[in-house]
Design a binder for this molecule. Structure first.
Ligand code: AP5
Length: 223
């Protein structure tokens, strides 16, 4: 059966890292609104120019900008394909929008996984992140370093630090997360879809915890 997940968590909790590994392992599509927006910014498209300032400031882009992108992507995947949504929804309105779109497609999500990560460790994770300017592969200078400093292992591209990974932008993103995004926790708890996973651990340990908690949930549902 196709697995459909929403992945939530504060900036730097490992959503992108986990989503990529889980998608590959489980044969799921990975839809990341952050990646879509950064791709648009890098290409200089109309969408990219529209959102650049807001994304780089660490604020949320307006809902309307993403609704079309998400609806189109989900329709393209079709009702049989499993997916992981990373970074969407990010507020209550987006959660309601997603629910309505999926209902139209005759499907729903299986779980909303919340990656719990201590606030005091986020700065270390985010300030050490590096991204390839050519293929967007992500590294961490301490936890996932490239073989050659400053160069991508995959394509040799130059690594850079994201504009929104500067300390004051991280603080803004965290504030937005606590004030706005966390409101979705109740939304998914009310629907019995919420799963909390401790994301403080090695990348592989967290992957295993996510898989175990989804497996346990599936067993509970069958009982
Ligand atoms: P987005 O890209 O989604 O940013 P975010 O939520 O702030 O999350 P991050 O990408 O910073 O962190 P992550 O949790 O994915 O962690 P990662 O795996 O990279 O969105 C960016 C912006 O786009 C938003 O601020 C907003 O402006 C806009 N946007 C996006 N979606 C939107 C929406 N729905 N509505 C409105 N606006 C939207 O890991 C971080 C680092 O830690 C990496 O270096 C990684 O290698 C390392 N790491 C990860 N896991 C571990 C581990 N277990 N141990 C050690 N290191 C680890």
């Amino acid at each position: 059966m196709a697995l459909r997940l929403v992945l939530m968590g504060p900036p730097g909790s490992g959503k992108g890292t986990q989503a990529k590994i889980l998608a590959e392992r489980e044969g799921l599509a990975h839809l990341s609104t952050g990646d879509i927006l950064r791709g648009a910014m890098a290409s200089g498209s109309e969408l990219g120019l529209k959102v650049k300032e807001v994304v780089e400031a660490g604020q949320l882009v307006s809902d309307d900008v993403l609704y079309g992108v998400i609806e189109e992507s989900l329709k393209k995947l079709g009702p049989k394909m499993g997916f992981i949504l990373d970074g969407f929804p990010r507020n209550l309105r987006q959660a309601e929008f997603l629910e309505a779109i999926l209902e139209k497609l005759g499907i729903g999500i299986d779980a909303a996984v919340l990656l719990d990560f201590p606030e005091e460790s986020l700065i270390k994770r985010l300030s050490g992140r590096r991204v390839c300017s050519r293929c967007a592969k992500e590294y961490h200078i301490d936890f996932l370093p490239p073989k050659i400093e400053g160069r991508c292992d995959r394509c040799g591209g130059e690594l850079y630090r994201r504009e929104d990974d500067e300390p004051e932008k991280i603080a803004t993103r965290l504030r937005v997360y606590n004030d706005v995004t966390l409101q979705m926790v109740d939304f998914y708890r009310d629907r019995s879809l919420l799963i909390r996973v401790d994301a403080d651990g090695s990348i592989q340990d967290v992957v295993q915890r996510v898989l175990d908690s989804i497996g346990n949930r599936a067993k509970e549902k069958r009982l």
